[in-house]
Design a protein around this ligand. Sequence first.
Ligand SMILES: CC(C)(COP(=O)(O)OP(=O)(O)OC[C@H]1O[C@@H](n2cnc3c(N)ncnc32)[C@H](O)[C@@H]1OP(=O)(O)O)[C@@H](O)C(=O)NCCC(=O)NCCS
Length: 184
Amino acid sequence: MTDLVTDGPEGSLPGKPTSVSRTTLSHIMDASHTNLLGTVHGGVIMKLVDDAAGAVAGRHSGGPAVTASMDEMAFLEPVRVGDLVHVKAQVNWTGRSSMEVGVRVLAERWNESTPAQQVGSAYLVFAAVDENGKPRRVPPVIPETERDKRRYQEAQIRRTHRLARRRAIMELRERRVAEGVDEG
Ligand SMILES: CC(C)(COP(=O)(O)OP(=O)(O)OC[C@H]1O[C@@H](n2cnc3c(N)ncnc32)[C@H](O)[C@@H]1OP(=O)(O)O)[C@@H](O)C(=O)NCCC(=O)NCCS
């Protein structure tokens, strides 16, 4: 197996197991991260999520990758100053040039000796790009465990829904322009 990605003919990229690029980003929350309530701002968590997912996408694709979308960002529990936050990310699914990265956010409470608690989750799509910012092919991800396989199948469902939703919205907009209701 190689980490190098070449833009060769269809099918020339070897697959990569999920575990090769899976990673965890850990960060202690401090007072600069808070919102008006004194808990951690959601945007701070989203930045960590994007950072961890970007690292995974870069490792899997062997080069630069940009965030194409972030969806289903869920905040399950508040994060507090002093908590140690772990952001766990892995490639769930790969297409031709895009990858869905699944992210789980866990918090170790600074004042409790309980196991880390899940406080958030998100799904991001990254596109691997070349030096001109154009999409380039990615190695297919090889799910290893039953959990990886379930995540792969769920990611395919999300992909189908994303494409269908985008197509339906584009068709509606075009129809409204054609009817003269909206400007193009
Ligand atoms: C993402 C980007 C590279 C896509 O370029 P494009 O010319 O639209 O290329 P394509 O339509 O071929 O899309 C490439 C892949 O990304 C996927 N994709 C594009 N936009 C997407 C979106 N909004 N959501 C999910 N997937 C998306 C496509 O389905 C395609 O997947 P596939 O190759 O696996 O089938 C381009 O839109 C871009 O550069 N966006 C800015 C990214 C960025 O700067 N992010 C940081 C935010 S500041």
